[in-house]
Design a protein around this ligand. Structure first.
Ligand SMILES: [Zn+2]
Length: 343
């Protein structure tokens, strides 16, 4: 088995945090990926042009050659004017995390209220911005609670309505985790695509929770939660299919061990250190290594309207054991063996 050379990849969905955590995690991404779509659901969320500029500066100070693709969060105070200014400051994506479906999303716009934000979304469309969304519905309009495993499928009708109402909007449905959503994306028009993570190709709900919904492994806990084995297989099938609607977004989301070990562990898996070797392993196992470059390095850039990266990266056939942690953050698959390496 020879080494592999592919065009340098882009990570089309990542959480890099700020301050000390940013310092500790950034190089795992910037050494491998030319670009990454950086999510702004920080403790103080990225919602304006000013926020975009200062966050980008903080990232570039530590990794000057890295090309962060900036985003702003859609929150209840977002206006068309704010979106326009953020775009002019370099934001390429407008990000929806509906209220309380993930970390730092208490002010996120509910899917039920999305219509109120159509003027904002139309502005994003006119500017050519990507509407990047975490599509989960946690409560029905009458407020009944929806269990975690059903939230992604419950969001599909809202997504369908948006596609119908604003047909020109470029939509990326992030980190999809169910066969139903994958099938929906396949049928949807060309301006609708999805990112897939590596961890949803590896985990099922049994790796995260017991039958009563109690979290048994906080380090495998993420949103949306991994689903059944059939869903996991559908993720692999979509990722290795060569369909340009599916591209890589790690959703790597670091949390300190002390928080992960607490009574209410926050969702998020720190997968950046294993992202490319793990993808390589998944594609190899599924006899699709020839499709890896398109999935990790081409389809995302094309959908975002970006030039393809010119440099190549070598992925070496070399076994290594993933270290269990880095700077008080547990690494996904720590202690396990991977057969490919990028260092
Ligand atoms: Zn995310």
């Amino acid at each position: 088995m020879k080494n592999l050379f592919i065009r340098k990849p882009d990570d089309m969905h990542i959480h890099l945090r700020r301050g000390e955590v940013l310092t500790n995690v950034l190089l795992f991404t910037s050494n491998i990926f030319t670009r990454a779509v950086v999510m702004g659901n920080l403790q103080k969320p990225i919602i304006t042009a000013k926020n975009v500029i200062s966050y980008r500066m903080e990232i570039l100070k530590q990794a000057p050659k890295f090309k962060p693709i900036m985003s702003i969060m859609l929150v209840n105070s977002t206006t068309a004017e704010i979106v326009k200014n953020a775009y002019l400051a370099g934001a390429k994506a407008l990000k929806l995390i509906p209220e309380n479906t993930s970390i730092n999303s208490t002010d996120g716009v509910s899917l039920i209220d999305l219509e109120k934000f159509y003027p904002v979304l139309k502005t994003a469309q006119e500017l050519g911005m990507i509407f990047s969304g975490h599509w989960e519905l946690n409560r029905h309009p009458l407020k009944e609670f929806i269990p975690e495993l059903k939230r992604e499928v419950a969001a599909i009708s809202y997504l369908e309505k948006l596609i119908h109402d604003i047909p020109g909007l470029k939509i990326v449905v992030e980190h999809i985790s169910t066969k139903e959503m994958i099938e929906f994306i396949k049928r949807a028009p060309k301006n609708v695509a999805a990112t897939l993570t590596a961890h949803h190709a590896v985990l099922t709900i049994d790796d995260v929770m017991d039958k009563n919904g109690k979290i048994v492994n906080p380090y495998n806990y993420c949103k949306p939660v991994p689903k059944s084995d059939n869903d996991r297989k559908a993720v692999i099938e979509a990722m290795t299919s060569g369909n340009p609607k599916f591209f890589f977004g790690s959703d790597s989301a670091p949390h300190l061990i002390v928080k992960k070990e607490s009574l209410k562990p926050p969702p998020g898996i720190f997968s950046a250190p294993v992202a490319l070797p793990l993808l390589c392993q998944i594609f190899k196992t599924n006899k699709a290594l020839d499709k890896l470059e398109k999935f990790a390095s081409e389809f995302g850039a094309k959908f975002y309207g970006l030039e393809l990266n010119k440099e190549k990266i070598e992925i070496t056939r070399r076994e290594w054991i993933v270290p269990s942690q880095h700077a008080d953050i547990r690494i996904f698959m720590g202690g396990e063996k991977l057969s490919w390496s990028v260092v």
